[in-house]
Design a protein around this ligand. Structure first.
Ligand SMILES: *Cc1c(COP(=O)(O)O)cnc(C)c1O
Length: 420
């Protein structure tokens, strides 16, 4: 069935998909007709344990009852009003309360929109143009951040997509993650035109790469020194590492935090959070433009609110982390000498390389073909892990179950014995 659907899809959709990583699933993308808890059910009636979880949002697993109830309730009353709603205010209060007490939030529709808005806001606030991003960090699909390192001798970025103007990429300097000297160099080059430093506090888009000790604090210091803003892109880490996200987890404060994924409970969402002095520059209060037909969509707000209420009132976050700990420790011992594993709470990834992976360059140097085989073999044994080395594996609260963990470990054992 999936095979036929994919053949049909390729006639009408570019590459048969609507987001590129989905096309990497081997031997061809499977189509899904349902999900519950930690499981996906494919059109071929396979039941897979899901470590992709929509690429991050589903911290409570698929079709969580509390979320489902609130979404259905909302849908019964309509789903788009073009006016503010009660749930929007309630979710705003919770998000701000956890992430930046005293601050304000703007809801948008994706992480991409969140980082785009955050960067425009930082430029509007500082009156400066340049930003520093990190090689290996992903902040969505817009021009400001589709930039990669240029020639070795320069901090200036170059487009990493056709269609991104050189002139736009030239405003983005690219530094090396976990290398404060490179950040200091880039900041010096940008000088008094540096508006912001944007970073994934834990990289979740190069596999998983945690920050070195004092790296985030070092970024804070450099941002202060240059009077630039520090933007934590917490689209993955927000409400996953802790209720206060990476800021709370690592004890370092950002000026602007971008959120997405989890706060929409599995519906499209993004958010920007900062202190009022910064946020009030956004339209309608200020001159920095931000708008959206679907911003704070009532169904998204209902799902996000239900999700955060469950996280507040249960041990869901720690269950997700414990599941990840068990599975990743098992994987590490099963693949001893062949792969190394990075984990921060409920996000982890294997790299087929001997040494520890502490930088994006080390992640790129690992055996990606071995990873792709791992993905394909795991799927044959009933486990869906990301098709790309450069994604994170995620667990939900529902993965903390003896069955799920035992079945995953059995799959890992089989794959180790089959892999060449
Ligand atoms: C997923 C992601 C984004 C982009 O979010 P979308 O909702 O896919 O646009 C931005 N930043 C990070 C860190 C992400 O993981």
């Amino acid at each position: 069935m999936s095979k036929e659907l994919f053949d049909e899809a390729r006639k009408f959709l570019v590459g048969g998909v609507d987001s590129p990583v989905r096309a990497s699933v081997r031997p061809f993308p499977f189509f899904v007709k349902g999900g519950h808890g930690p499981y996906l059910i494919t059109e071929d009636n396979e039941k897979l344990i899901d470590y992709v979880l929509g690429y991050g949002p589903l911290i409570l697993g698929h079709a969580n009852d509390a979320v489902k109830r609130r979404v259905i309730e909302q849908v019964e009353s309509g789903w788009l009003y073009g006016t503010p709603t009660r749930a929007e205010v309630e979710l705003a209060k919770k998000v701000v309360g956890h992430v930046m007490p005293g601050g304000k939030v703007r809801f948008v529709n994706s992480g991409t929109e969140a980082t785009m808005t955050a960067i425009r806001l930082a430029r509007g606030f500082t009156g400066r143009n340049k930003i520093i991003k990190f090689d290996g960090c992903y902040h969505g699909a817009h021009d400001y951040v589709l930039v990669q390192a240029g020639s070795a001798a320069s901090e200036y970025g170059v487009p990493n997509s056709r269609g991104v103007p050189q002139q736009v990429a030239a405003l983005t300097l690219v530094a090396k993650y976990n290398d404060l000297n490179s950040v200091e160099r880039a900041a010096r080059v940008a000088g008094d035109d540096l508006a912001a430093i944007i970073v994934e506090p834990v990289i979740g888009n190069m596999g998983v790469i945690p920050p070195a000790r004092d790296f985030l604090r070092g970024l804070r210091d450099i941002a202060n020194k240059y009077n630039a803003l520090l933007i934590f892109d917490e689209v993955i880490t927000g409400f996953r590492l802790s209720m206060g996200g990476a800021q709370e987890y690592f004890g370092v404060r950002a000026d602007i935090v971008t959120l997405g994924k989890i706060i929409g409970g599995g519906f499209p969402v993004g958010a920007v959070v900062a202190r009022p002095e910064i946020m009030d520059l956004l339209t309608p209060s200020g001159p920095v433009f931000s708008a959206g037909t679907f911003n704070a969509n009532p169904v998204t707000m209902a799902a996000g609110l239900a999700t955060i209420e469950v996280l507040e009132s249960s041990d869901a976050l720690s269950r997700a982390s414990r599941a990840a700990k068990e599975v990743s420790e098992y994987a590490e011992s099963a693949f001893k000498g062949k792969a190394s594993v990075n984990r921060v709470e409920s996000m982890f990834q294997l790299f087929f390389t001997r040494g520890p992976v502490t930088t994006p360059d080390e992640a790129r140097a690992s055996d990606r073909e071995a990873y792709a085989r791992f993905h394909e073999l795991m799927r044959r044994h009933g486990v869906f892990v990301p098709p790309s080395q450069f994604e994170s594996q995620f667990t939900s609260s529902e993965h903390y179950s003896d069955d799920v963990i035992a079945d995953t470990e059995e799959a890992l054992r089989s794959v180790v014995s089959e892999a060449p």
